[in-house]
Design a protein around this ligand. Structure first.
Ligand code: CUA
Length: 327
């Protein structure tokens, strides 16, 4: 995933802790309980599987047909046996239900004072909006701090899934859903989209960085004002990477989901309706805010609008960046 990586030189994060044979590392407050219940169900299943197959095999052998031996008359039922095989499994199910239900309540209920991050899913990238309004394509979290996510989708159903946190929740267009996590181990993790959402679903990943306490605030402070520290061209290049343009638009002339930006500024471009449009500041701006107004010939109108997601200085920086690209 080099496509949308942030400049990691501003912070250092250790690799994510190793997992077990069954699972990736258990790095959130709810993960140990999820794993423990999984193992309990697994080993109960293994125990009864072996017990039932062994008894069945023994009976098949013991009561096999033999010459000269007539079939025995057997009793119709045995109350002790029947009560035993009803009550024991019922108790086991009650325990599994109790642990599953209380665990579910824990996973669904964030502490009231949780830090909030907005998660925006769209084909085929993730954006994370921090309380100060800064948007990043990677998820940064402080360690040992409850963080609540408000999830939304700009187009189809996506699913927010971080295996190491044992957290998964759908992002549904037209409504908000929620998830929360208290990350317990510093490290870098992967966030997957776990709902098939189209051609590039399998590329819809994001890095998750869990920072030491105190480091998260420093990272946010520094990341938030990157535009002020750069020229418009550099800032535009950074936005091109961070805001997901790079997923569909190359800068080396190759066509991806959308046309390449290389050497296009100031030239006439063919449109799907047969007309020609001059690729200038206004066309770039219009294509960012209302992408389907004039669609480039040879491409499908699949780009989402960035209306309300990019601020004016960011649009200016993107224009400056595209302008700077030579053939
Ligand atoms: Cu988004 Cu799959």
């Amino acid at each position: 995933m080099d496509t949308t990586t942030t400049d990691t030189s501003t912070f250092t994060i250790p690799q994510s802790p190793p997992g077990s044979f069954w699972f990736p590392s258990a790095s959130s407050s709810v993960a140990p309980e999820v794993d423990s219940l999984f193992h309990m169900i697994l080993w109960i299943s293994v125990f009864f599987f072996i017990l039932i197959v062994a008894v069945m095999t023994y009976f098949v052998w013991k009561y096999r047909r033999r010459d000269g031996v007539a079939a025995e008359h057997t009793s119709h039922h045995n109350t002790t046996l029947e009560v035993t095989w009803s009550v024991i499994p019922s108790l086991i199910l009650v325990i599994i239900f109790y642990r599953g239900f209380t665990g579910y309540i824990d996973i669904r209920t964030p502490p009231p004072d949780a830090y909030e991050i907005q998660v925006i899913a769209q084909k085929w990238s993730w954006s994370f909006k921090y309380p100060n309004g800064y948007i990043d394509p990677e998820l940064h979290l402080p360690v040992n701090t409850p963080v609540r996510f408000r999830l939304e989708s700009r187009d189809v159903i996506h699913s927010f899934f971080v295996p190491s946190f044992r957290v998964k929740m759908d992002c549904v267009p037209g409504r908000y859903t929620h998830a929360w996590v208290n990350a317990t181990q510093v490290g870098d993790y992967v966030l997957f989209c776990a709902e098939y959402c189209g051609t590039r679903h399998s590329d819809m990943l994001a890095n998750v960085y869990v920072h030491e306490s105190g480091e998260f605030e420093k990272w946010l402070e520094k990341a938030s004002n990157f535009l002020e520290r750069m020229t418009p061209e550099e800032g535009g290049r950074e936005l091109y990477r961070r805001r997901g343009c790079i997923q569909c638009h190359s800068i080396d002339g190759t066509a991806k989901q959308g046309p390449s930006f290389a050497g296009t500024y100031g030239t006439e471009q063919p449109m799907a309706d047969g007309s020609k449009v001059l690729m200038d500041d206004n066309y770039i701006r219009e294509s960012i805010l209302n992408p389907n107004a004039k669609v480039h010939a040879g491409f499908r109108p699949v780009m989402p609008s960035f209306q309300g997601q990019l601020k004016e200085p960011e649009i200016d920086a993107l224009i400056a960046f595209i302008k700077s690209l030579k053939k």
